[in-house]
Design a protein around this ligand. Structure first.
Ligand code: NAP
Ligand code: ZN
Length: 349
């Protein structure tokens, strides 16, 4: 086993503590990555705090991983030592089922293996990217294109792909009117990506506090959802609404903003159930959908798209001993717009 430094939480409320975890010895298709940066996703917080179900502690979160290959297994063909690479929310899947064969490993019929909090095929409990090293089978490693710095690349591995995939699937393009609910980690990537795809983009944020940022990031319009007039002004306005909010919202109010045949896609994953009145869908023949990250092939496509269009997230670098503080700021919607842990600060301890 390979001993690795990590930051783990030992209970729902933390705090994070320095610990040592084990990574498996390299198998023929494995890539050994020295992690340079790890993004902080709201899903890390949902998971650690038990919002989505029971948790095995200690838990090392982190599924927005960017680093350098330091060793490859004997049968690895995709990567070599020194390559700049990323790992997102999954580290394995069956590779045989219809969904894996379609490049949608996130919907593997046998269940994909999460980067943390899952049991892998070796029977090990997976631990994530708030750590110095990780060993991942090459099929779940992607290349970070030249032109995207490693710190900025990290959030693309979850926030980037989770917004890119539904924008592509539901046809973000010139002539399409798209609204993004919540300007956080996912939301700000959705704005940049939808803008680059040529759509008209509106941000629906709780207040106007982030308006200047939203417009700078590529939004055409910005509205506060704490103002009831917003819902009157925008009734029936959008072809697609992407809900990135981490908490319960009044879904019916937002569904009323969809045009005929419009779709509201939920990527936010709050602990609480959301309630939909059927009439919100019947009116205007609307759809309500969900979407989970994206497949590995699509993740590489998203990275290449970001390099081509010079799209990178807005990040704030934090050190390993600032994780608890950063989490509190995420919970307070006070992140502009993604925290990224500099993993070097972990090694120095
Ligand atoms: P985040 O950075 O905290 O952003 C969430 C944003 O939602 C906030 O910035 C805030 O935007 C808005 N918001 C927060 N609380 C709210 C409330 N009570 N009412 C209305 N708006 C509120 O989180 P994130 O990392 O982007 O993740 C967002 C959600 O997506 C989480 O639930 C996460 O677990 C989920 N997620 C899902 C997938 C997937 O595959 N489907 C992947 C990654 C993450 P404003 O300040 O602009 O209002
Ligand atoms: Zn995530």
């Amino acid at each position: 086993m390979i001993q690795t430094n990590a930051r783990a939480t030992f209970s729902p409320q933390g705090p994070f503590q320095l610990t040592t975890i084990e990574r498996r010895e390299l198998q023929p298709h494995d890539v050994h990555i020295e992690i340079k940066y790890a993004g902080i996703c709201h899903s890390d917080i949902h998971t650690a705090r038990g919002d989505w179900g029971p948790v095995n502690y200690p838990l090392v979160p982190g599924h927005e991983i960017a680093g350098i290959v330091i060793q490859v297994g004997s049968d690895v063909t995709k990567f070599a030592v020194g390559d700049r690479v990323g790992v997102g929310c999954m580290v394995d899947s069956c590779g045989q089922c219809v969904n894996c064969n379609h490049g949608e490993e996130q919907y593997c019929l046998h269940g994909m293996t999460g980067t943390y909090g899952a049991i892998d095929k070796y029977g090990h409990y997976t631990q994530g990217g708030y750590s110095t090293h990780i060993v991942v089978t090459e099929a779940f490693v992607v290349s970070i294109p030249e032109g995207i710095e490693l710190d900025a690349a990290a959030p693309l591995l979850c926030a980037g792909i989770t917004t890119y995939s539904p924008l592509r699937r539901w046809g973000a393009a010139p002539g399409k009117k798209i609204a993004v609910i919540g300007l956080g980690g996912l939301g700000h990537m959705a704005v940049k990506l939808a803008h680059a795809m040529g759509a008209e983009v509106t941000v629906l944020s709780q207040s106007l506090k982030k308006q200047e940022d939203g417009l700078r990031l590529g939004a055409d319009y910005f509205y506060a959802t704490n103002d009831p007039v917003t819902f009157q002004q925008l009734a029936g306005a959008f072809d697609l609404i992407l809900n990135t909010v981490s908490a319960e919202i009044d879904l019916n109010a937002f569904l009323s903003l969809l045009a005929v045949d419009g779709t509201l896609v939920n990527v936010g994953a709050p602990a609480e159930p959301l309630s939909v009145q059927v009439f919100s869908l019947i009116q205007n023949r609307r759809s309500f959908a969900g979407s989970m990250i994206g497949g590995i092939r699509e993740t590489q496509e998203m990275l290449d798209f970001c390099a081509e269009h010079r799209i990178t997230p807005e990040i704030e670098i934090v050190s390993a001993n600032q994780i608890d503080e950063a989490w509190e700021r995420v919970l307070a919607s006070d992140v502009r717009y993604r925290f990224v842990i500099d993993i070097r600060t972990m090694e120095m301890e």
